[in-house]
Design a binder for this molecule. Structure first.
Ligand code: HEM
Length: 511
């Protein structure tokens, strides 16, 4: 027996170690939120979570209430479902709850990008300068001219064409907004390299269209890529696409263009000054393309679709657009000057603002996640508090907790274009739960340190797109009775949602 004992001991230890690793011994301790490990060791609830995040969290909320801890692929996530208690996560000091660790991981896996120590600071500095305030004036102008070029090109070849054109509404909206956004941020071809202005424009159109085509393939792989569950052939495809984008968006290529945005240039420069190698910056360019173009196009689709399905809303927005144009003395006609829609004009559209916010309430569904760096207490709005452990994660899913909460937004599944307007027609910001005013009434942009730095630019893009659609085109659904497509449930947690299918529409010039 003397020989067997150490072997047996080792065996027992490794089994115990394995069980420990699989989470078998974790128990809810006093003061901790309800713990729901799920039936499968280690994986926990991850399959159900991945299949339909919103449905899973809804179920957990019914079972456990406003706070609970679930096991997902080896990690313990504590979800807070009471929006009045979000502050404890959104405002907590970085020493306790950290956004970077998690983000760095994801960015490494999905984009092959290894961040510098000051990476996030560089992003914030350049975003504050170029995507907000006065910097936004320049960006809005660039976006405006690219949108009009692309939109008008598709209905004319020199001469205006009054025939109806048919397309998928999702494909059309995403394509136009993606390409215009890309050109506005990453620059356009120059007269110098192409020989003529027409040629430069043509190359921009073709290249941005090709980029969009490849981007959509990556887009579709993205949810599974982010969770690390791609099949073997999908993995190869994702790898191929990544390399293609690093190449198409390389610093060297981008820098042959003109009108490159300060947002892109400053970030390149700050990284170069801090010793980042060029191949890594190429990867960063793809990350920027992803962050800036993956959400706005799908949101533009939903906005236009909700307006088309709600004639009263459409009429209200149309009147507002006409008024803004009239007040600035602009008349839209063929061969006339292109519309000059400035950032200041975009500040005069409360109805359209409300329609945008309502659209994002219904279709933007990010998960906010923070790593717990030390054992800590999470205070809740009712005065109670819960203990969370170092190494765990704390998450918010505002879509279920806030945006679809019938106590906060009555009749939450219905699009109401004036939900965010006061009776006087101003922006409405007072929303309540249990009689207490909420800090945020929707959270499509996330919150706190990682809040979307592109939110003002993105809102402008959406408004510009609708503004131009209404000014230049008549458009309608091919089948006006067709239902609004469902949300593709595989993308919960990634920002703007996409539909399960496209919906046909037709459009033609108004004049
Ligand atoms: C409707 C359109 C958009 C939506 C719904 C959206 C949503 C979001 C959300 C929810 C996050 C935060 C993720 C988190 O907390 O982890 C985020 C991050 C980010 N967004 Fe947006 N976004 C949109 C458009 C844009 C645009 C147009 C740009 C740039 C021009 C942009 C640039 C970024 C960047 C760089 C980040 C990373 C921020 C960080 O790491 O701190 N986004 N976006």
């Amino acid at each position: 027996g003397g020989v067997c004992a150490p072997i047996l001991l080792a065996l027992v230890l490794s089994v115990l170690g394995g069980l420990y690793f699989l989470g078998a011994f974790r128990r809810r301790r006093p003061g901790e939120p309800p713990l729901d490990k799920g039936n499968i060791p280690w994986l926990g609830h991850v399959l159900e979570f991945r299949r339909n995040t919103a449905a899973f969290l809804e179920r957990m909320k019914k079972k456990h209430g406003d706070i609970f801890t679930v096991q997902l692929g080896g990690f313990y996530f504590t979800f807070i479902m009471d929006p009045l208690s979000f502050g404890s996560v959104v405002k907590e000091a970085r020493a306790k709850l950290d956004f970077n660790t998690f983000a760095r991981h994801l960015v490494q896996r999905v984009f092959g990008y290894t961040a510098l120590g000051d990476d996030h600071k560089f992003l914030q500095v350049s975003s504050n300068k170029h995507l907000m305030g006065d910097g936004l004036v320049v960006m809005t102008q660039a976006m405006m001219s690219h949108l009009q070029n692309l939109m008008l090109h598709s209905v004319s070849s020199g001469e205006p064409c009054k025939a109806w054109k048919e397309d998928g509404l999702f494909k059309y909206s995403y394509n136009i907004v993606f390409r215009a956004g890309y050109l506005a941020l990453f620059g356009n071809e120059t007269l110098k390299t192409t020989g003529s202005l027409e040629k430069a424009k043509e190359i921009d159109r073709l290249q941005s269209d090709e980029l969009f085509y490849e981007f959509r393939k990556y887009d579709q792989l993205f949810p599974n890529l982010a969770y690390g569950v791609l099949g073997p052939s999908e993995k190869i495809e994702a790898e191929r696409l990544k390399r293609l984008f690093w190449n198409m968006l390389s610093v060297q290529k981008v820098n042959t263009k003109e009108n490159i945005s300060g947002w892109v240039l400053d970030q390149q420069q700050m990284r170069a000054e801090n010793g980042m190698e060029e191949f890594m910056m190429d990867r960063y360019m793809f990350l920027l393309l992803w962050a800036s173009q993956g959400n706005t196009g799908p949101s533009a689709f939903w906005l236009l679709l909700y307006l088309m399905k709600n004639p009263e809303a459409m009429k209200a927005v149309q009147d507002e657009v006409a008024k803004v144009l009239q007040e600035t003395g602009q008349e839209v006609r063929w061969g006339g000057p292109v519309i000059n829609l400035t950032r200041d004009m975009l500040l005069q559209t409360p109805i359209l603002d409300s329609a945008v916010e309502e659209t994002l309430r219904l279709t933007a569904a990010p998960i906010l996640t923070r790593a717990v760096l030390q054992d800590m207490m999470l205070p809740m709005s009712d005065g109670s508090q819960y203990r969370v452990r170092e190494g765990d994660r704390v998450s918010l899913f505002p879509y279920t907790a806030l945006q679809m909460n019938p106590e906060i937004h009555p009749d939450p599944h219905t699009f109401k274009y004036n939900r965010f307007l006061t009776p006087k027609g101003d922006k409405k910001t007072d929303f309540y739960k249990n009689g207490k005013k909420l800090k945020y009434c929707t959270m499509p942009w996330g919150a706190g340190v990682s809040m979307c730095p592109g939110r003002f630019f993105a809102t402008n893009e959406l408004k510009q797109f609708v503004f131009l659609m209404l000014s230049y085109f008549e458009f309608e659904l091919k089948n006006p009775n067709e239902e609004i497509p469902d949300i593709d449930v595989r993308r919960w947690g990634f920002g703007a949602m996409q539909p399960t299918r496209d919906i046909s529409f037709r459009y033609r010039l108004r004049f």
